[in-house]
Design a protein around this ligand. Structure first.
Ligand SMILES: NC(=O)c1ccc[n+]([C@@H]2O[C@H](COP(=O)([O-])OP(=O)(O)OC[C@H]3O[C@@H](n4cnc5c(N)ncnc54)[C@H](O)[C@@H]3O)[C@@H](O)[C@H]2O)c1
Length: 373
């Protein structure tokens, strides 16, 4: 993909740019002005991100003449709940929020999801700008309009599709991201290569060969690596898929690769044990093995994917304590299961997947049992 090609999500109802650049936050006032977002700005961030990136941003926006209100939620998944959401509503309503105002979501997927849903629902919806600061949020959560919070009965059960007016990912913010979080984000980048962009996969292999293990350490950002280009290319996959299927009625399911096993693994291990991306990496390995077992892809693909995952610091091995029968049971209860048939997204070649609902449960069980710990 050419260096500066503009990424634009285009659906039947919306059109918005996705900007991926080092230093992009410096130009936020300019982008807001060109979108005519000139009301007050309601900046939502978390306790880890705000001191590192929020304060400077706020100052820049005030300097450009904007009225900015800020709200910091505690860092972590536990904040993505109805209580925090209700506090966000009170903060905005007390502060006199108006229809012409904009919510700025500065943070990872947690901030993006809860602030996004607040924007979707307050006054029946005000403008939303996503400013992702984790690799996972840049390549996945911030693009596509899924917003929401968790309910005591399950993750992401309350929410809405609500598309932002702009997504602006400043790759410089990744410099402060803890390395485990960064690694978890690479799982989604690699996933995008496997499902839709073999060239991205090649590039990730090449980058790894050139820079070695350092490539997962963002210290390398200072060495003129093509990280921003790679992230932009991974984002382009999400942009293309969401543009083709805004509401997950068709093609968008391909983004679920690695997630059928991954989600069940997260739940079986207890949330918080594995990061989402870590579970997805293990899920991708298991699901590629299933694809190979039914003759859909070659064992070489499974091997290449495993090598790449491990080169980016992601284990493909099953956690020792994971109960495989419990994981199978959880998969059969997943919300994406229809009439007891799991809809698998399985690789057929690098850059291509097929959706299959005819994989025998026994074969899945055997594959899970055959995975090494
Ligand atoms: N809406 C979607 O389509 C979608 C897609 C995938 C995941 N999600 C959701 O996203 C959430 C996970 O997102 P996440 O992995 O970004 O988690 P997160 O938002 O919890 O961020 C991970 C950690 O990194 C910290 N952090 C974020 N940016 C930082 C930075 N630049 N420097 C230092 N610390 C930083 C955060 O405070 C947090 O502790 C989950 O709730 C998941 O359900 C949503």
């Amino acid at each position: 993909m050419p260096h500066n090609e503009e990424l634009v999500v285009t659906t039947s109802t919306v059109r918005y740019p996705v900007i991926v650049e080092a230093g992009a936050l410096e130009r936020l006032p300019h982008h807001l002005a060109s979108l005519r977002l000139d009301g007050a700005l309601w900046l939502v961030s978390d306790s880890a991100v705000y001191p590192r990136h929020g304060l400077a941003l706020e100052e820049r926006l005030r300097g450009a003449g904007y009225t900015v209100y800020s709200r910091i939620i505690p860092s972590g998944e536990a904040s993505k709940n109805l209580d925090q959401l209700s506090q966000l509503y009170s903060w905005m309503l007390d502060g006199g929020v108006e229809r012409r105002d904009t919510v700025l979501a500065l943070g990872g997927g947690v901030v993006g999801d809860i602030a996004g849903f607040a924007a979707a629902s307050i006054l029946r919806g005000i403008a939303l700008v996503q400013l992702p600061t984790t690799l996972l949020a840049m390549v996945d959560a911030a693009v596509g309009g899924k917003t929401g919070v968790n309910h005591p009965l399950g993750k992401n059960l309350i929410g809405a599709f609500y598309q932002p007016r702009l997504v602006l990912a400043d790759t410089q913010t990744l410099r402060t991201l803890p390395s485990r979080e960064l690694r978890a984000g690479w799982a989604e980048v690699i996933k995008h290569g496997v499902i839709r962009d073999a060239g991205l996969f090649d590039q990730l292999e090449h980058w790894q060969a050139e820079y070695g293990a350092l490539s997962i350490d963002l210290g390398i950002l200072s060495h003129q690596t093509p990280i921003t280009d790679i992230i932009r290319r991974a984002v382009a996959v999400k942009v293309a898929v969401v543009s083709a299927d805004e509401r997950e009625q068709g093609e968008r399911i391909i983004l679920n690769y690695g997630h059928t096993v991954g989600h069940a693994l997260e739940a079986a291990m207890g949330y918080g044990m594995l990061l989402h991306g870590e579970a997805v990496a293990i899920g991708m390995h298991a699901e590629a093995r299933i694809a190979a077992a039914i003759g859909l892809c070659t064992p070489e693909l499974v091997e290449r994917q495993q090598q790449l995952l491990s080169a980016y610091g992601l284990a493909a091995a099953f956690p020792v304590h994971a109960d495989r029968e419990a994981i199978l049971a959880l998969m059969l209860r997943d919300k994406k299961v229809e009439r007891k048939r799991i809809r698998w997204v399985l690789p057929t070649a690098l850059g291509a997947v097929a959706v299959r609902d005819d994989v025998p449960v026994e074969l899945v069980r055997e594959t899970l049992l055959g995975l090494s710990s």
